[in-house]
Design a protein around this ligand. Structure first.
Ligand code: SF4
Length: 304
């Protein structure tokens, strides 16, 4: 396909390209999908839990930890009614702990509304549920056809579109939905999971392995060189010097302390007393910790 034939980004994609890509991607996924326990669970609640966990955590790790989380909180209702402290304890090992708070708030709102709704528009109204998670739940659990687009799927879609200029998030979503519109009921979830696997195994940001790609015969970007995006200064900061490390360390101390709480004073690693005080104070304001007075803190509980 020539650049002229591709035309402006607003032109619809060639239906034959869409059909070929969809069939090749789904066939590849059926033959090579990683055996993940979490992907066998397609009820809306389990999908919501696994998708929130997978936002910033590797899927293999999610697969290990989601099973235990779902055993501890087997239903939307049980998660909504749980002590927040217990939810944060069960979240151990996943990081980015504010996701646990958001997940519980979403569960409470969904229970109040009579259950998780099937549409993207209604799902995205739940607290803490963004467009990606809403589309993933709608596609995997309810057979929706809007493709959930994160940075990995955006990369694949942009390469399949072969746009002359970088696509805006809205354009990428519209392009992804062109692929979704051609799919049969229930296939969009598999398409998205296949694209996630393809992004990590083959269509990487730098040096994609086009020779091994199931889409190489259709992809207009096959064989093209892609330059590596330089890592930001923040990415080079040793982890133990980051605010994320300190927050994780303090949260682990609160998990260990239980209901009685623990005194949070002094330094932690390379973080001085002021940084520790500011961080625990911020965690209280975010709902990740509860002040017991003085320098004592614990995970959030409903009462004494
Ligand atoms: S052919 Fe290459 S650029 Fe195209 S989707 Fe496959 S890995 Fe990505």
């Amino acid at each position: 396909m020539t650049k002229a034939a591709r035309g402006a980004a607003a032109q619809p994609l060639d239906p034959e390209l869409i059909r070929k890509v969809n069939r090749a991607l789904l066939a590849w996924y059926a033959a090579t999908a990683r055996p993940l326990k979490i992907r066998e669970r397609t009820d809306p609640y389990s999908v919501l839990v696994s998708e929130v966990m997978a936002q910033q955590t590797q899927i293999s790790r999610v697969d290990q930890l989601a099973t235990a989380f779902l055993a501890r909180f087997p239903t939307l209702e049980s998660l909504a009614a749980a002590e927040t402290a217990d939810v944060l304890v069960a979240w151990k090992g996943l990081g980015y702990n504010r996701r646990a708070l958001a997940l519980q708030r979403a569960a409470a709102a969904a229970v109040a509304a009579g259950g998780l709704p099937p549409s993207v528009d209604a799902l995205v109204e739940l607290p803490g549920i963004g467009p990606y998670t809403a589309r993933a739940v709608a596609a995997i659990a309810f057979g929706g056809r809007e493709i959930p687009v994160d940075v990995n799927i955006a990369r694949i879609v942009s390469r399949l579109v072969d746009a002359d200029a970088p696509l805006s998030p809205r354009e990428v979503q519209l392009r992804a939905n062109e692929f979704g519109a051609e799919l049969a009921d229930g296939e969009a979830g598999s398409w998205a999971q296949a694209a996630m696997d393809l992004a990590s195994l083959t269509c990487r940001a730098a040096a994609p392995k086009c020779d091994e790609c199931p889409l190489r015969d259709s992809c207009p970007s096959a064989g093209r060189a892609f330059t590596k995006v330089p890592r930001s200064g923040e990415a080079r900061t040793p982890f133990t010097k980051t605010a994320r490390w300190l927050r994780g360390r303090l949260l682990d101390e609160l998990r260990e302390a239980g209901r009685a709480g623990v005194q949070v004073t002094g330094v932690r690693g390379e973080h001085n007393e002021a940084a520790v005080a500011a961080t625990i104070s911020k965690m209280v304001s975010e709902g990740l910790a509860e002040s017991l007075g003085g320098d004592r803190y614990r995970l959030p509980h409903r009462g004494d």
